[in-house]
Design a protein. Structure first.
Length: 322
């Protein structure tokens, strides 16, 4: 039996609903000895803290708004201090049903997964759906990001942006995130690269037509910042693949230009009037070569980082020893 389940809610100005959400979290779950509820107040200016405490939650506050990514990292640290064997994070606005928590943590209790994400877009029968009141643009964007994460990780995921997920203690100790803006996609890459078992559980979600997302106020801005985090994470863990990919276009264009120049010279014994084509081709090939060198050097640093993360994992286990 798992000793401690910590249910974590990041919150920003959620005074209207957070008390009800906290109280609706089940306190008794099969396979779990105790349930603790943790709210990380990310610089709220309303009565979020008061309402969360009235609901029975432990509250940790940021003095200023630092972003949902920073709130998540604070939540993970505090959950480990509370002795969490499993951490569930769920949105504080009532979009997800807390009664789905037992279903979400079951793969971890059964020791078949280390990280379980809710899947908003898949029905129980496996067919795909767009949740009611979710805009088609956001639905399409979420699907494309899921495809990108699937390609980069080598696994298949359908929903990588959900705010309702469960982590084993091992996953919590191995997580090493850097983004303050968001954490959802970075978690998939971080844990997938480290070889942890990841699965998904279909869940229902409610979108409120009158509510504006605080994370994705601008779809374009959200997409840009999210892609930056994804690409940075992929670059840090698989630099050879990243830099070879970046160098592909200049390398191919450079080769084509140089082949053209050689063929032209063989036919006409001159490089005029295409001398510039030859120089541009050489420049592009040199550009690609520089990226190959950067990739090789970065790959050396990855080996150092892997050893550092192993040491960090051991230190975390010692720090949060139960």
């Amino acid at each position: 039996m798992v000793q401690t389940l910590v249910v974590f809610l990041p919150a920003l100005n959620e005074e209207e609903k957070i008390k009800a959400v906290v109280r609706s979290i089940p306190r008794k779950i099969d396979g779990v000895q105790s349930v603790e509820i943790l709210v990380v107040d990310d610089g709220s200016t309303d009565k979020t803290v008061v309402q969360a405490k009235d609901g029975g939650a432990i509250v940790v506050s940021h003095s200023v708004n630092r972003g949902v990514g920073a709130a998540f990292q604070t939540g993970v640290e505090r959950a480990l201090e509370l002795g969490a064997d499993i951490l569930v994070n769920i949105d504080a606005d009532g979009q997800f049903n807390p009664r789905d928590i037992p279903t979400l943590i079951k793969p971890i209790l059964d020791d078949t997964a280390d990280f379980v994400a809710s899947d908003r877009f898949t029905k129980e029968d496996g067919t795909q759906r767009c949740p009611e009141y979710m805009s088609r643009v956001k639905y399409w964007g979420n699907r494309q990001i899921a495809r990108l994460i699937s390609i980069l990780s080598g696994q298949t995921f359908r929903d990588v942006s959900s705010g309702f997920r469960a982590y084993s203690r091992k996953a919590l100790l191995m997580l090493n995130l850097t983004g303050d803006f968001t954490y959802t996609q970075e978690v998939f890459l971080d844990l997938a690269v480290k070889g942890l078992r990841i699965t998904a559980v279909p869940t229902t979600v409610i979108y409120f037509p009158e509510r504006t997302s605080r994370v994705a106020k601008s779809v374009v801005r959200y997409a840009f910042r999210t892609l930056k985090i994804i690409l940075r994470t992929f670059r840090d863990y698989k630099p050879m693949v990243f830099f070879l990919g970046v160098s592909t276009v200049p390398f191919l264009v450079g080769i084509i230009m140089e082949v053209f120049m050689v063929a032209f010279y063989i036919s006409y014994r001159t490089i005029s009037p295409y001398k510039a084509v030859g120089f541009i081709g050489l420049y592009l090939l040199s550009f690609a070569f520089v990226f190959w060198i950067i990739g090789l050097l970065a790959d050396m640093f990855v080996r150092i980082r892997i050893n550092q993360e192993r040491q960090l994992y051991i230190l975390k286990r010692m720090k949060y020893e139960k």
